[in-house]
Design a protein around this ligand. Structure first.
Ligand SMILES: NC(=O)c1ccc[n+]([C@@H]2O[C@H](COP(=O)([O-])OP(=O)(O)OC[C@H]3O[C@@H](n4cnc5c(N)ncnc54)[C@H](O)[C@@H]3O)[C@@H](O)[C@H]2O)c1
Ligand SMILES: Nc1ncnc2c1ncn2[C@@H]1O[C@H](COP(=O)(O)OP(=O)(O)OP(=O)(O)O)[C@@H](O)[C@H]1O
Length: 529
């Protein structure tokens, strides 16, 4: 029986409790043997008085009967004890599973037989007690101590796990980027409670936007020189005003177009200077774009800080960021204005040029925000670029070729893709480092994490200058000694999804690029036998 008990405790957490000393058949056979002895004694009694041997035999049988009774009682006790241990074991197992659900046991080590150690219980018995009351805490602590003693107490197992109950050293994780204390967000994603690092949440999830008050003001950006866009913009502006009672802003060019249609478009508001538009952000609830991806890039570039959510209607040939069909604009806008809507949160890169010859702060150039990418190329020069690249001050490589693309994940389906970069889901945070026609066989594209700062410098001994462009626009020259510094901007661009982020992304690569489109192989032909 004690071996049952030891076996049971030895295999705590993994053993088969039902096989340990609780076989009901054993108990009933002992009871039957005892009953048989009693019957024999009763039958033999008349003869005992006359035969000494029989008396002796009778005494012996009584002793055997007593022993059998004791054994049966002991068995019953053992069964009761086993049942109690089983109850405790199941109680503990359910607690462990509860704990596992809350936090996977990263810090728990296994003994040689693969059994889980008890450190996870040792570290938080009080927590069990607080949750389940004193008696359960007491029983759990007893189970732990029992297990540890049975497992051999103080010795260290070969895998380095000490079987003795002990507390793990506690620690703290902190996140920082160049001295900034921006822990809060990350702490919600990674928990490091009680020495266990666990993922508490995903850093990037499908995001849903719900209006708390009704949207009042929209701004519409349209692709220039397109008749179909012009026709739609006239219709949409009227509908937004007459059916939805919204304030509408458009670009000065579009206001002129609307007024040429009818003077009733007087209510439409605009601005004089593009710098004014950044002041509009606090007033604008929603941005609508009518065009292709270029119009989304254009709209985003108008906001040098936070950007209102964008609803992009597809009116171009390709539409990676434009999931909405213009024919159904009423239904679509009804749904968006009502909410909730799924959005894709697209990171932008903030790019800053540092001029070697700049000696004063006022000579510093303004940051430029890009939604797709910043490109550093050789421009009209016929020489190879010679770009020294650093990531957080670590030297990365020297780009000798046509140039380098630093792309967002939204931009991964644009120029970076054409230069051999991976396609990356737009909500994956990171910076793509994609060379353009590198003059080396081993230069593969990289994807860097979202917290790094990349610096691309034209060395003083470079044969030629380089050229920077932002989302394919605004080219600037980088002379020898100049550098471009680039990191993820704090103001992402949220675009409304037709369905949800992943669905829309996959649809865009299927429809836009015919990704992995191939005729299905017919089933007739050679087969594995
Ligand atoms: N070789 C190339 O593929 C190449 C060369 C130069 C620029 N571009 C891209 O063009 C972009 C500027 O776009 P534009 O419309 O203002 O110029 P554009 O009118 O010259 O159009 C460029 C094409 O890129 C597509 N595009 C833009 N952003 C995209 C994205 N995120 N995913 C997939 N395709 C996208 C557009 O739909 C368009 O068809 C640049 O940011 C750059 O990524 C690509
Ligand atoms: N409101 C705007 N003002 C000035 N330029 C714009 C505006 N909207 C878009 N553009 C520019 O017009 C060009 C074409 O825009 P867009 O990509 O939207 O249309 P598209 O080329 O017809 O689309 P696709 O590339 O899908 O065929 C881009 O270079 C973009 O920067």
């Amino acid at each position: 029986m004690s071996s049952y008990k030891l076996n049971y405790t030895d295999s705590f957490g993994n053993g088969d409790v039902n096989s340990l000393g609780s076989n009901p058949e054993n108990g009933s056979s002992l009871a039957q043997s005892e009953k048989a002895v009693e019957e024999l004694l009763t039958q033999q009694t008349p003869m005992l008085a006359t035969d000494d041997h029989l008396i002796e035999f009778s005494e012996a049988l009584r002793t055997v009967a007593k022993a059998l009774r004791g054994s049966a009682e002991g068995k019953a006790l053992a069964q009761a004890e086993a049942a109690e241990w089983k109850r405790r074991y199941e109680l503990e197992r359910s607690k462990n599973q509860e704990l596992l659900h809350k936090a996977p046991l990263n810090g728990v080590c296994a003994d040689e037989s693969g059994n889980k150690g008890m450190d996870h219980l040792a570290k938080s018995p009080r927590r069990h007690g607080q949750e389940n009351g004193k008696s359960e805490r007491y029983s759990l602590e007893r189970i732990c101590s029992h297990d540890v003693l049975q497992d051999g107490g103080e010795s260290n197992s070969p895998n380095g796990c000490n079987n003795k109950l002990k507390r793990k050293a506690s620690f703290k994780l902190s996140w920082g980027c160049k001295g900034q204390a921006n822990d809060q967000h990350k702490k919600e994603i990674v928990s490091f409670e009680s020495g266990n690092i666990t993922t508490a949440d995903r850093s990037s999830k499908q995001i849903s936007l719900t209006w708390e008050t009704n949207p009042q003001t929209v701004i519409i950006f349209t692709k220039p020189n397109s008749t179909s866009v012009r026709v739609l913009s006239v219709e949409m502006v009227r509908w937004l005003r007459e059916h939805k009672g919204l304030n509408v802003y458009v670009e000065p060019r579009v206001k002129a177009e609307l007024l040429s249609e009818s003077s009733s478009f007087d209510f439409v508001q605009t601005w004089e200077d593009d710098r004014e538009i950044s002041l509009l952000h606090p007033k604008v609830d929603l941005v609508i774009t009518l065009g292709g991806d270029g119009t989304v890039l254009w709209a985003a570039s108008m906001f040098k800080g936070p950007v209102p959510p964008i609803v992009p209607f597809s009116m171009g040939s390709l539409g990676f960021m434009t999931p909405f069909h213009s024919e159904q604009y009423r239904d679509c806008l009804e749904a968006v204005l009502k909410g909730p809507i799924s959005i894709t949160l697209r990171h932008r890169l903030q790019c800053h040029i540092i001029r070697d010859k700049a000696r004063h702060d006022y000579e510093t150039e303004e940051n430029t925000l890009v939604l797709n990418e910043v490109t550093i190329d050789r421009g009209i020069s016929s020489y190879l670029t010679n770009l020294e690249c650093y990531c957080d001050n670590s030297f990365v490589t020297c780009v000798q070729g046509d140039g380098l693309i630093l792309s967002t994940t939204s931009g991964s389906t644009a120029y970076s893709l054409a230069a051999g970069g991976s396609m990356v889901h737009p909500q994956v945070p990171g910076i793509l480092f994609t060379p353009i026609c590198p003059h080396s066989l081993s230069f593969r594209p990289l994807i860097l994490p979202d917290h790094v700062t990349v610096r691309v410098q034209v060395p003083f001994n470079s044969r030629s200058s380089a050229w920077v462009s932002f989302d394919g626009k605004g080219r600037k020259q980088l002379e020898a000694g100049d550098a471009l510094v680039c990191s993820i901007a704090p103001w992402p661009v949220s675009t409304a999804c037709q369905v949800e982020s992943t669905h829309d992304f996959l649809r865009s690569i299927h429809d836009g690029l015919h990704w992995n489109l191939r005729k299905t192989q017919s089933s007739d032909g050679p087969r594995d036998t």
